[in-house]
Each structure stands twice: as C-alpha cells, then as structure tokens.
Design a protein around this ligand. Structure first.
Ligand SMILES: NC(=O)C1=CN([C@@H]2O[C@H](COP(=O)(O)OP(=O)(O)OC[C@H]3O[C@@H](n4cnc5c(N)ncnc54)[C@H](OP(=O)(O)O)[C@@H]3O)[C@@H](O)[C@H]2O)C=CC1
Ligand SMILES: O=C(O)CCCC(=O)O
Length: 485
C-alpha cells in the first residue's frame, strides 16, 4: 500500500486492457519499494493475447477519436492535465513508493510529465498541412497531415510518469490510439495515469496499459501489423532488438536510448554556476537518467578549483528513503544497478583514479550508494565508455578545445551534452562540434516540453516534445488535383 493517499482510487492493482480493468491472477508481478524492499502491490502478468486484444480495441477506438475535431481532443487532454496537476501529491507518492526518488523530485516529475499533456493539448489544434504551387497549369498540390494510427509504447522505470506523457500527449493529440507497456518495476504510475485518463473522458479502448511479460507483449506489439508506430525509451540493447522485430511490418520507430553525456568546464566558465549545473546534470534522479552527465571534463586551469567545489557540494547531498524529509538522493533501482556502479568505481580506482568523496555502498544498506566524486579519471576506464546510471561524477582533465571535442565525441552515443564557457565564439564552435542531439550551454537542465528531446547515433531515432514531437505521430499525404482549368 501507499501511505497517506488522498484519493485511494489512484492506486489500482489492475491493468487496463481494451477498456476493461484486469485484476492480478496467481502469477501476478510483485512491485517493490526499492528503498525498503517491501512489496507495495501486485499487477497482472499479461502477454500476447491481451496485447492483441488491446491493439484491436485501439484500432477500433482510433477512427472515432481521429474524426473528432482537434478542439474536442484538446479539451479532453486538457482535463487529463488538470487532473494530473490536481492530484500531483498522490501521483508523486505512488511514484516515490515504486521508484525511490525523493518525494519532492517525484512531484516535480508529475508536474513535468503533465506539462507534455498540456503542451500537446495545445498543439492538437496546430496540425497544419500545406498548399504547394502546382507543377502544371491545371494541377493543385495539397498536403494533409493524418494520424499514423495505433501506437505501441514501451517505457522505463526511471521516469515512470513523464516518459509516458511525453509519448501519449502527442500521440493522442494527433488522433492516434496508444497501447502502453510500462516497466514492470514501476507500473502503478502508469495505471494511475490511466485512471485519470478515464476520468478525463478518453474513449474506451483508446489508451490501454498492459503490465506483464516484456518479451511477449513486445513481440505482439512489434509483430502486429495494426501497430503503425512503436515508441520506446530504455536501453540501446532492447531498442535495437525492437528495431529488428519491427522490420517485417515496416513500422515507424521512435527510440530514446542510452547516453554517455559529456559535461565540459572550460577555463573561462563561471565555476559556481558549473558546479550547480553539474549537481543537476549528474545527480538528478540519483544519476539514473539517460541525459545524466556521465563524463565531466575540466580544463587544466580550473581542474583543482572545480574538483574542490564539486566535492564540497556533493558531500552535502543527503541520501535516504524518498519519503524522508530533506533527502536529495534515493536508492538505486535494483541490485544490478548497484553492481554496475560498484564495477565502474572499482575499475576507475584500480586504474589510478582518486576518490574525493563517496565510493562505497551507503550505510543504509539495500541499494543505496554514496554520492561519489572521482578525480584523475582517464580514457581507459569503464566510466569513459559506458553509461554508469548512478551517483558517480568522474572528473577527466583536458588541455584545450580540440582535445576535449575529440574526447567528448569519442563514443557511440549522442544524446545530451553540456558545457560551461563565456567566450561567445567558443560557445558556437563547441556547440556546433558536439555530435549530440542536445547541448546544454551554461545549464545542467535541458528537458522541457517546449524543446525537441532526442539523440543521434546509438542514442536513438526521432524527437519528443516541442512542435517536432507531434510530427512523429503523423503521416504526410499528398493530394494531386488535376483538371483545374
Ligand atoms: N534511455 C533511458 O532513459 C534508459 C536507459 N536505461 C539503460 O538501460 C539499462 C538497463 O535498464 P533496464 O530497465 O533493464 O532497461 P530496458 O531497456 O531493459 O527496459 C526498458 C523497458 O523495456 C522493456 N523491455 C525489456 N525487454 C524487452 C523486450 N525484450 N521486449 C520488449 N520490451 C522489453 C522493459 O520491460 P520490463 O520492465 O518488464 O523488463 C521496460 O518497460 C540501464 O542501466 C540504463 O543504462 C534504462 C532505462 C531508461
Ligand atoms: O532518462 C530518460 O529516460 C529521459 C530523461 C528524462 C528527461 O530529462 O526528460
């Protein structure tokens, strides 16, 4: 159970399949609080049969939804947004209980997640086509934008609310239907969204939430020809597998995959601002975001000063149960995440890195890990190549612009990047040279509904959020009208 909910209807131990709530059976999935290991509830273990039923219901509901005016769709989405904001404390509590992030941060995610529904409720009314000058005297060319149809979505545990709304907002605004499979570790936030969606007036069958076997549901989603788009956030490994599985039915794909973000501090940076930005970019969600700074590059002239300031700031971060007052960092999501963090720190230290602070499991036990700063980090260490996904800040040293651009781009990933500098010419040169989908300049927080979120290389395909985000759920149809004499 989740303590202190104002509206217990939001915590529902059931999946929503084709308009019907399905209760857990004997093989149900236990959902645990990562801070305590306690079971907070159970959800049904569904598979291909239920996924097929949800997809067919979505197909049936989608035509009527697309036929409504944009203003009608917009109003229902707006009600959904209003309900999320009105229930943000309850939604935050559910999120903290299943994901572990501090309650304040969880409520922040709810507001952030709701902002995608708000933004796309507005964008619904701005899906414009085109009229193009004809190529012959009697010809007129008209371009229509139409909803792609049924969309399947698979989402991760690190943002159990916002990664759903960033997909559902544009899909539903465009006139599509959605079948969602949330992460098994954090299904209750998704289910609460479905409860509120029903209250807001989403038509029956338009939005299903299936909990259960990732492989079975995923295989149906990718194999079923009715699904015209698959949108996924998660690991590059699973993203590549879903890409392969989607090939026979030539689906449109949106993939938000892993990152390996560089965070660069030049000699001319405002160091206090850079430390503040590093705290956000590195330690948000305890380092468990795909846009988290993974490699921090500091120029020779400010290396020691920056390291000292960052060490002092990180030493003040408080780790604990997300429901406790004043906690900055929660637990890691599971034992595998803890093992990866330990492996990365152990590898760095064994190759000569120095621990400035942290570097061990937290005394709270479980999957808690101390916030950590490492100096003397070099390119041969695991932290240089792989996403750590934990509260570890490794500080590399560099000597000039060309050197750091080479190091920053030496990765197969290309999602977020950050740098701090004041020279305006350098700002443009570096921003243009970084091979990433997103560049934060003198800021550690780049995510917002107004901006296109997404990556290049192994970090994925497509963009979410912003006016570009809705395009991903639209098909372009062209009418060639002849005989206009
Ligand atoms: N880009 C990002 O934002 C994220 C990146 N990651 C990275 O990935 C690593 C592993 O995290 P993890 O949670 O395992 O990420 P996964 O990619 O395994 O999981 C993300 C989602 O995909 C589902 N999934 C897993 N396997 C399949 C499959 N075969 N077919 C269809 N769906 C599938 C999961 O379901 P289920 O939960 O039921 O297994 C979950 O809903 C992290 O350490 C991090 O490096 C992780 C999360 C988010
Ligand atoms: O980690 C992710 O999956 C996305 C990052 C969340 C955000 O900043 O929007």
């Amino acid at each position: 159970m989740i303590p202190h909910l104002k509206d217990n209807r939001l915590f529902r131990q059931a999946a929503l399949v084709a308009g019907n709530w399905v209760a857990p059976g004997p093989d149900a999935i236990d959902v645990r609080n990562p801070a305590t290991g306690e079971i907070i509830g159970r959800v049904p273990k569904l598979g291909a049969t239920e996924a097929r039923a949800a997809i067919e219901a979505a197909q049936a509901a989608q035509a009527g939804w697309a036929a409504r005016t944009a203003a009608e769709r917009s109003q229902i989405l707006r009600r959904w947004f209003d309900l999320m904001v009105a229930n943000k404390e309850d939604l935050g509590r559910i999120l903290t209980a299943e994901q572990g992030k501090p309650l304040k941060e969880a409520i922040g995610e709810i507001v952030y997640g709701a902002s995608f529904i708000e933004w796309f409720s507005e964008e619904a009314r701005r899906v414009y086509g085109d009229v193009i000058p004809g190529h012959q005297r009697d010809k007129r060319i008209i371009v229509l934008k139409q909803p792609i149809g049924v969309v399947a979505a698979i989402t991760p545990w690190n943002f159990p609310n916002a990664m759903i709304t960033r997909k559902a907002g544009p899909a539903l605004a465009a006139g599509c239907a959605m079948v969602l499979k949330p992460a098994s570790q954090t299904p209750f936030s998704a289910i609460a969204l479905a409860v509120l969606g029903e209250m807001a007036g989403l038509p029956e069958g338009l939005f299903s939430v299936l909990t259960g076997s990732a492989q079975a549901i995923g295989a149906e989603m990718t194999g079923n020809a009715l699904v015209r788009k698959l949108t996924f956030t998660g690991s590059t490994e699973i993203g590549a597998e879903l890409y392969r599985q989607s090939a026979p039915t030539i689906k449109k794909l949106g993939l938000e995959l892993g990152g390996n973000a560089p965070f660069i501090v030049f000699n001319d940076a405002d160091l206090d601002a850079a430390v503040e930005g590093a705290l956000i970019a590195k330690f948000r969600n305890n380092g468990q975001t795909c846009v988290c700074a993974n490699r921090i590059y500091v120029e020779d002239g400010v290396y020691e000063a920056f390291a000292g300031k960052l060490r002092a700031a990180v030493s003040n971060l408080k780790t604990g149960n997300g429901f406790d007052e004043g906690v900055d960092l929660g637990p890691l999501i599971d034992a595998a995440a803890l093992a990866k963090v330990e492996e990365h720190v152990g590898d760095a230290v064994s190759k000569g890195a120095k621990l400035e602070t942290g570097g061990a499991r937290h005394k709270l036990g479980g999957t808690f890990y101390e916030p950590t700063v490492l100096t003397g980090v070099t390119e041969d260490m695991l932290v240089a190549r792989e996403e750590t996904f934990g509260p570890v800040a490794p500080l590399f040293r560099f000597g000039g612009e060309a050197d750091v651009i080479r190091q920053a781009n030496a990765t197969e990933f290309g999602l977020a990047s950050y740098f701090y500098a004041r020279d305006i010419a350098k700002v443009f040169r570096v921003a243009e040279a970084l091979e990433y989908g997103m560049v934060g300049v003198n800021t550690g927080l780049i995510s917002t509904a107004e901006a296109p979120f997404g990556g290049v290389k192994l970090s994925g395909l497509g963009r979410e959020g912003s006016r570009y985000g809705i395009e991903e759920f639209l098909e372009t149809k062209y009418l060639c009208i002849g005989g206009v004499q």
